[in-house]
Design a protein around this ligand. Structure first.
Ligand code: DC
Length: 228
């Protein structure tokens, strides 16, 4: 259902560990919308840069690559994770490796990269109809006209605990101090990036998820979207 001047999409932004990936997937499932994870797209591009041994300081080469990369997001059923396909290869697990997480800031800060990624993200949203798109700049840049916008946040300590639990569940050997350090750095680079920084859109609703369960957040968002 396309509304005048608005895009039939739910934009969900927020810092790492705010719960937005799980929440976005489940909201999409409940609304029968397609879930688009923009972070996964930046991760896939970073993996390609690494595989090609492109120097992380070579802006021209990285921007050029971002204009010639084939990234497909394959929706999974029942709130499960989407599959991320890079140039025909399933890289869903590989893009979550620490190496990608550490290097991604050099890739996603580049204006030319963001231009190409934003164009791909907009194309996906218009091709797929109703979408729940998750990221850092969805409400402020990618889908400014989204029908509903949310900015999820949680206390720093809570976000550290969530990330730690997530990484440990995957068997990654990492300490709480390392996770806290990584989150602090990511918050800083996300918020201070010159292009597409992490920022709450003026018309986004702020949801502090610190003391809320995933289900509570999902239900709140679904109710609000349906009520619009
Ligand atoms: O959502 P995530 O943690 O998987 O995102 C990985 C990185 O990608 C994150 O540190 C910031 C970047 N990112 C971005 O710059 N713009 C987006 N729309 C989404 C993610």
């Amino acid at each position: 259902m396309a509304l005048l001047g608005q895009i039939d999409a739910v934009a969900i932004d927020g810092p790492a560990g705010s719960g937005k990936s799980t929440v976005s997937r489940l909201v999409a499932d409940k609304l029968g919308y397609v879930y688009i994870d923009t972070g996964a797209m930046y991760r896939a591009l970073t993996l390609k840069v690494m595989r090609k041994n492109i120097c992380l300081g070579d802006e021209a080469a990285i921007v050029d690559l971002s204009g010639n990369v084939d990234i497909q997001l394959i929706p999974a059923r029942s709130g499960g994770p989407i599959r991320v396909i890079l140039d025909g290869e399933d890289v869903t697990e590989e893009i979550r490796a620490m190496g990608v997480t550490v290097n991604i800031k050099h890739v996603c800060k580049l204006a030319g990269v963001r231009e190409n990624m934003v164009r791909m993200q907009r194309e996906m949203a218009s091709r797929m109809g109703g979408t729940v798109m998750e990221g850092r700049d969805v409400g402020t840049v990618v889908l400014k006209g989204a029908r509903s916008k949310f900015y999820l946040d949680a206390s720093f300590d809570e976000r550290v605990e969530r990330r730690l639990a997530e990484l440990r569940a995957k068997g990654q050997p990492i300490t709480r101090a390392e996770v806290a350090d990584d989150l602090k750095q990511r918050d800083h680079t996300d918020k201070t990036r010159e292009v597409g920084p992490l920022k709450k859109a003026d018309d986004a609703e702020l949801l502090d998820t610190t003391d809320l369960t995933i289900d509570q957040v999902v239900d709140m968002i679904v109710l609000k979207v349906k009520g619009k």
